[in-house]
Design a binder for this molecule. Structure first.
Ligand SMILES: NC(=O)c1ccc[n+]([C@@H]2O[C@H](COP(=O)([O-])OP(=O)(O)OC[C@H]3O[C@@H](n4cnc5c(N)ncnc54)[C@H](O)[C@@H]3O)[C@@H](O)[C@H]2O)c1
Length: 354
């Protein structure tokens, strides 16, 4: 029997609460399937660790994580630790260190999920965002000149390499071909006259290898408007790190809310472990109350199952989420229910094992 070794980083706030349910889902999938199992090792890294040790995770954390088949992350960030430290010194260090250059974020309205768009039906909102995840505006270099003087100047670099753009755009084209959907590139070439003109050029170049894929192109401002007014026009979407970060929160809002949105940070070459996480943060406002919605975390567990080659079990997990929404049962308060985090997770487990 195949055993997968999974590194678990529950993190801060509601991270540990939702993580328990992702682990429960994975164990249920393994039990139902019977041909594989999971071994989990949990690492107590995050803001509490930072306050005790002066670092979000140990200096050799990546060496430790390298030995695992995949990483599950809850959420990081908490009042008392600046967000740029909690984000950069844990999440971004792993994404960059393991060259997880693809961020996959499904934006799919399941029947029964709350949607703020008047008249929108599930078939209208069914897209997959492929966000560049290794460079762009989050590269993390720049300068801070004349600090604390009236002449103070900050420069934040955004880095777009040919290799970085080509590989994410090619990944998106391959997915569009496989899913038989259109591919929309979202950029901003009219204002960002280097980075985004370059991005557009590479989209054109790579697109020549995919004559069978319907290609679309939108400026990011128009794209955000169309996501609200006409979401049906999107199938597969490829965009930069920053635009993808922002637009996928909008995507989450139109497809059931933050409690339902999952994201996979993939190293498609499988040289390093990939990392799976809900896209929401640590939600300090509801942490410790046992009411956090675990469905985003369960969905990220489904993404992990699919990445490991168990699409049938991934589909079962998604079907379990869909069942709770359709039957409007065992849902947490953000979805209009009264269930606790663990009651919701146990309902998913029961459906997975049925
Ligand atoms: N990937 C990550 O780890 C990640 C992502 C975003 C923000 N953060 C960090 O999280 C902290 C809080 O950030 P924020 O408040 O901007 O975003 P957030 O996603 O934590 O919360 C935004 C709102 O959504 C609600 N919410 C989020 N997840 C929920 C869930 N599973 N169930 C029910 N309600 C949920 C929260 O209660 C809150 O009202 C910050 O420190 C931030 O840096 C981390």
């Amino acid at each position: 029997m195949e055993e997968y070794r999974i590194a678990v980083i529950p993190g801060d706030g509601i991270g540990p609460e939702v993580m328990d349910e992702a682990v429960r889902t994975l164990n249920a999938a393994a039990k139902k399937d019977g041909t594989f199992s999971f071994h989990f090792d949990t690492f107590p890294w995050g803001c509490e660790y930072y306050l005790k040790n002066g670092e979000m995770m140990p200096a050799d954390a990546l060496d430790t994580l390298k030995a695992y088949d995949a990483i599950l992350l809850g959420a990081v960030g908490f009042p008392g630790v600046p967000d740029h430290i909690s984000l950069r010194d844990l999440l971004l260090k792993i994404r960059h260190g393991f060259d997880e250059y693809i961020n996959v974020r499904p934006v799919k309205l399941l029947p029964g999920a709350p949607c703020p768009l008047a008249g929108a039906k599930p078939e209208d909102i069914d897209m997959i965002f492929i966000r560049e995840n290794s460079e762009g505006e989050y590269y993390g270099t720049g300068s801070w000149l004349y600090r604390d003087t009236p002449q103070e100047v900050v420069i934040q670099d955004s880095v777009f390499s040919r290799k970085g753009c080509e590989r994410v755009i090619r990944y998106a084209f391959d997915l569009a071909r496989k899913e038989k959907k259109s591919l929309t590139s979202i950029s901003k070439g009219n204002a960002l006259n280097y980075s985004m003109v370059f991005w557009d050029q590479i989209f054109e170049e790579v697109g020549k290898d995919y004559p069978d894929v319907e290609k679309k192109h939108l400026l990011v401002d128009a794209a955000s408007m169309f996501m609200v007014k006409d979401p049906k026009r999107f199938g597969i979407v490829v965009t930069s790190n920053l635009f993808g970060d922002i637009l996928t929160d909008l995507g989450a809002a139109i497809s059931g809310g933050m409690g339902l949105a999952a994201g996979a940070n993939l190293n498609p070459d499988r040289t390093f472990p990939s990392m799976f996480e809900p896209i929401h943060g640590s939600a300090p406002d509801i942490a410790g109350q046992g009411i956090a919605n675990p469905l985003a975390s369960v969905w990220s567990a489904a993404q992990l199952l699919e990445f490991l080659g168990h699409k049938d079990q991934a589909d079962r997990a998604l079907e379990a989420i869909a069942t709770l929404l359709r039957e409007h049962r065992d849902l947490t308060p953000d979805m209009g229910g009264t269930a606790s985090t663990s009651e919701c997770g146990k309902a998913i487990e029961a459906l997975m094992l049925a």
